[in-house]
Write a protein that binds this ligand. Structure first.
Ligand SMILES: C[S@@+](CC[C@H](N)C(=O)[O-])C[C@H]1O[C@@H](n2cnc3c(N)ncnc32)[C@H](O)[C@@H]1O
Length: 402
């Protein structure tokens, strides 16, 4: 989806002033300085230019641009690795005071490392986004050996009737998303696949699905809400478990289009969709409200991160605060939440329990599962201790007076 406000970029090509529509999925402003680069440009030169804030418009072979981007990425990784190890050593040393115990040391080191990793990711994204290409109207590339990227870009960014400049990185994002959309994410425990769209949370880590299958449905469960539905996965589970009316909401129009397509594929007539900030309007009271909010309380650095990062836990707290008035008698709230934020010292368990209590909710039971994804097994990750201890839970919450 293109931003409603169009932005344009201009640059010189052989002394001629050119201009084109500027597309940036991370909302970066149009670059002020653009130089021409091609197959003769070395990786070191491109890396130096990108780090210095210069954008580079590619005129060479399409596939060579991909290799150049990989070479720049390797240079960024080497530099990041050095910085993070240095910071980890420094922080570990300052925490190793004879008076500080293990938990004090961890509380000094881990949140700092998390923020450093986030800053490094944002910087990496800025540097990598400096390699640009031009596409004609309809997303047609004139570069040598360029594939047809038109369908992937139209699906990701919407129709385009003029030429544009965009980063290779954004183009790769669109091509990757088109691949997921075509092949789908298999959810083994359900025996089906969901098909994520560009910019929609892809449930590639879906250990929480089993929690939703194991939790006993409330005695009467005619109406359920799925708040922040994404691909529609949780609503699909509820409908398959026999809930007659499921109302699924999301703020992100891409998620609504995606969920609608997934429901249609599965011929699920029981699910209704609404674009809403949290709760649906004009819906009956719910016997069950489920929500899998973004898990980490940190500021999203681009619209694509809104499904993962929740600044100040605003969605989580808003969801908890707003749930009770939407519940029918004997109704339940199922909150799916990982405790990674607790291991990263970004939120404490007491804080979470306090938000439940403030919302008039208490814990009826909790189901836990331990993620087994790649990052939780990576011992070289400076945040390995936090990631390997992560537990994902389904918290079944009920109003105090139930
Ligand atoms: C972690 S994803 C979960 C997606 C899906 N429920 C699942 O489990 O795969 C969180 C979702 O919440 C949505 N979201 C974030 N803030 C929201 C809000 N205030 N109201 C409705 N949806 C919101 C995001 O767009 C995203 O689709």
């Amino acid at each position: 989806m293109l931003p409603t406000e169009k932005q344009y970029v201009q640059w010189h090509e052989n002394e001629t002033l050119r201009h084109a529509r500027w597309l940036s999925q991370s909302n970066q402003v149009p670059p002020a300085r653009i130089v021409s680069v091609d197959d003769k440009t070395t990786a070191d030169e491109a890396y130096r230019l990108a780090c210095a804030g210069t954008s580079m418009l590619w005129y060479g072979d399409f596939h060579n641009a991909r290799q150049l981007l990989q070479a720049i990425n390797r240079r960024i990784e080497r530099s990041e690795q050095r910085k993070i190890s240095k910071a980890a050593n420094k922080l570990n040393k300052s925490a190793e005071s004879p008076h500080s115990d293990k938990s004090t040391a961890e509380s000094l080191v881990i949140p700092n490392l998390f923020h450093q990793q986030r800053q490094a990711q944002a910087q990496r994204s800025r540097v990598l986004s400096r390699l640009l290409l031009e596409l004609d109207a309809g997303y047609v590339s004139q570069l040598r050996r360029a594939p047809d990227v038109s369908a992937a870009c139209t699906a990701a960014f919407g129709e385009l009737d003029e030429s544009c400049l965009l980063s290779f990185r954004d183009l790769q994002g669109a091509l990757g998303a088109a691949g997921w959309r075509a092949k789908g994410v298999p959810i083994e425990s359900l025996g089906l696949s969901v098909f994520p769209h560009y910019g929609v949370f892809a449930p590639t880590r879906h250990e929480y699905v089993q929690l939703l299958l194991d939790a006993p449905l409330p005695d009467a469960c005619d109406v359920a809400f799925d708040i922040g539905t994404g691909t529609g996965l949780l609503a699909i589970i509820l409908a398959q478990r026999g809930v007659q009316q499921v109302v699924a909401t999301d703020l992100n129009p891409r998620a609504l289009a995606c969920a609608s397509e997934n429901f249609a594929r599965l011929e699920l007539d029981a699910v209704q969709l609404q674009q809403a900030d949290l709760f649906p309007t004009d819906a009956p009271l719910a016997n069950l409200i489920v929500c899998n909010p973004p898990w980490l309380p940190a500021k999203p650095t681009s619209p694509l991160e809104y499904a993962v990062y929740d600044a100040n836990s605003a969605m989580l707290r808003g969801f908890l605060q707003g749930a009770k008035p939407h519940l029918a008698e004997q109704g339940e709230v199922w909150l799916i939440l990982s405790d990674l934020a607790e291991h990263l010292q970004l939120r404490s368990r007491d804080e979470l329990l306090g938000w439940f209590a403030d919302a008039g909710l208490e814990v009826k039971y909790r189901l836990d599962t331990q993620p087994k994804h790649g990052r939780s097994q990576d011992t070289t990750d400076p945040l390995f201790a936090a990631r390997s201890a992560e537990i994902t839970s389904l918290w079944c919450l009920v109003p105090f007076d139930n």
